[in-house]
Design a protein around this ligand. Sequence first.
Ligand code: PEP
Ligand code: MG
Length: 857
Amino acid sequence: MSQAPLVGIVVVSHSAPLARAAVALAEEMLHGTSVRIEVAAGLDEHTLGTDAMKILAALTAADVGAGVVVLMDLGSAVLSTELALDLLDDDARDRVLLCPAPVVEGLVVAAVAAAGGAPRHEVCAEAVAALAGKQAHLGSAGPGDVPGAGAPPRSDGGTCESPDPDGGGVPRGVDEPVPARVGRFTVVNPHGLHARPAARLVQEVRSLDAAVTVRNVTTGSVAVPASSLSRVATLGALLGHEVEVATTGNQAREALDHVLALAGRAFDEETTPPPTTGGAGVAHAATSPVPSRDGGRPASPGIGVGPVWSARSAEPIDVPDATTDDPAADWRRVREAIADVRRAVQHSRARTARDVGEADATIFDAHVMLLDDTDLLDDVRTRIDAGQAGAPAWAATIGRVEADFAGLDDPYLQARAADVRAVGDQVLRVLLRIPAVTAKGVGVLVAADLTPADVADLDADRVVAVVLAQGSPTSHSAILARAKGIPVVVGAGAGVLAIPAGTVVAVDGTTGEIVVDPAPDVRAAFRYRAGVLAEARATALSHAADAATTTDGTGVLIAANLGSVDDAALAQVSGADLAGLVRTEFLFLGRGQAPDVDEQEKTYLALAEALGGARLTLRTLDVGGDKPLDYVPMSAEANPFLGVRGLRLSLARPGLLADQLLAIVRTARATPVSVMFPMVSTVAELVEARALLDEAVARDGRGIPAGLQVGIMVEVPATALKAARFAPLVDFFSIGTNDLTQYTMAAERGNDAVAAVGDPYDPGVLRLIQAVCDASGDALVAVCGELAADDLATPLLLGLGVRELSMSATAIPQVKEVVRSTDLAVARRLAALAVGAEGPDDVRGMLATSARQQGSP
Ligand code: PEP
Ligand code: MG
């Protein structure tokens, strides 16, 4: 006899492991009855988030004829599910019920009800009542108060309502008003609460079960929902502004704590100003705007000469002013277009993370946030319901949000209007079936403006330069182009759009100069400048694998700083002698639990293999304070840079360090390894860390691995001054000039306002480097901060006694060239003068003069 189909269940969660564990728990209760439970959770196994397309697939798989009940966890889980629902056909949608029950308790009860053959309304109502037992036991609400017990759901294809908007479960009466929790923070981000930090805020808020509003106290703005990117970013909250946060709901307290802690961490924004050298083969070129000679503003350094081709991407899109008599169908088309664009943006993000780096890839997170912005979507929906067709409704809403940004006083925030336009146009192109831009030309790309996605698509081998009629040097497109090493001039005016395709144009992305159809002598001058740069780069690259030895025969190790296995592969082709700094944090951050010993060992071995078996300097976990780990409870600190970070945190949580050291010891059995402790301030800390290393060796049980070396980072001035006491305990010192400078000059490394003070060329910092070299005894002295990548500083560091320089891979060939042209006797004289100089500018002046005299490459 065939059995009637059972109701299926879909679990939508931010976390894949969480959802799977909940399902396993529920299945325990089924005693073999097979209920279809599908999971749509996480963006991938480790990345928290929800994805409408996954939910759509789960809904389809779970519906075996009797419909589906969906249980969702926090914030965007509901939004994504609603989006997925919109993408289902009408029949299937009518069989889906969104259930407001708590996921764990609800799932257990729903699974049992479904297994018993209950129809979906009943399954949902049962799930909603799942907290009854707990509430009765804790005395917070009598069973009679339990929301949803037996209450009929609103309708199919809709939600099964809970009378308690908070979902119950908190120890207070259902009718008691929810008190708002209020706190304030001061914006510390140099560019204010612009798209990226705002996106981070929205992301945090959406992951919690609380309603959060924010208000700019300084400007006296109204409170806006913190879950809406477009509303938050238009608060106009600039550096130094005071912002009030008000939270209500089940997790009101956590929400307030999280938001204030996040604000204290500058919304996890990397605020360090870009280095003045290094990058994709760009030598000594300023990335900040300098006066232009021909109307354009320099946005990415370098020189390009070639024929013009144009991209249509920024041509205004002609949106027909149409109306609709089927608002539901138009709304569906808009949601489908958004889903399409979301996938494309996520693709651009992944490619950028791979080609350029994770930090630049986060540009696209703000775009995804905009696509999920409830405020923005509500506005579009209202327009469509009022009779406007999808495309004009979307265009009107985007126009409003863009104008909000453009109307702000701060130029940086104004420039974010371009992000809104970019993502808005992407959706419009899908809606109106306008083909996407093909960025496949060769030569100088001229466009009105480019979206970050367009730039992510550009091939740096084909595009010799980019000229934009509009745009700003601080746009995300410009940031990406810089990271890809493509010269860019922005704000060149609409006139450039009239340059006929194929016309030769000479572009200098360092000065902003553009010469259309240059005369033969001008063309020759540009080509000469480009040639000099390219030749220097090519020469350096052709010798990259050779050793770096000074003219008097002193060998210097040129090493790479690594933050991923991909970095290691690039370092190998760039000629790295070893990895002088592996920032092992990359393995620990952005996940729910620490990697275990096996996973760590596997990753370290993969790094070694990608690096051709060269020595790995594995820095133990350097987090805490400004870089918190979700799975390590830490108190919020007023001054995280002066707080529990680096080795201090590791010693406070020795379990994590013990496991990491075991993984390092095991790795050292197979490949040369150095272990390096970060943020050491006292000899006692080092002694304690070394004792843990001894324990790891004992745990491994095979004696001390041959070739295992031990060193410390010198980032704290006191450590530099005590180098003689550390020297007998270490094989090497590695000076982290980024932190050493911030602590020496009392100038936070991410704070633009004190960037000029926090200068590693300051003689005070140089004296500390000298102190380490002078007291190092038999230990090698390395530098692994950004100063190591600056070839102007190379002779100075060698003259002070540094014998290893560790940097990002792209800087290696050029620094090796400079080492090869350095005479140590001259370098020592330079160093002696530099430490006695008055200020950093004098030091730079001396070095530049000496480089000219020596004919440095
Ligand atoms: C430094 O402080 O110079 C350093 C290399 O460490 P990090 O930049 O990772 O703090
Ligand atoms: Mg450091």
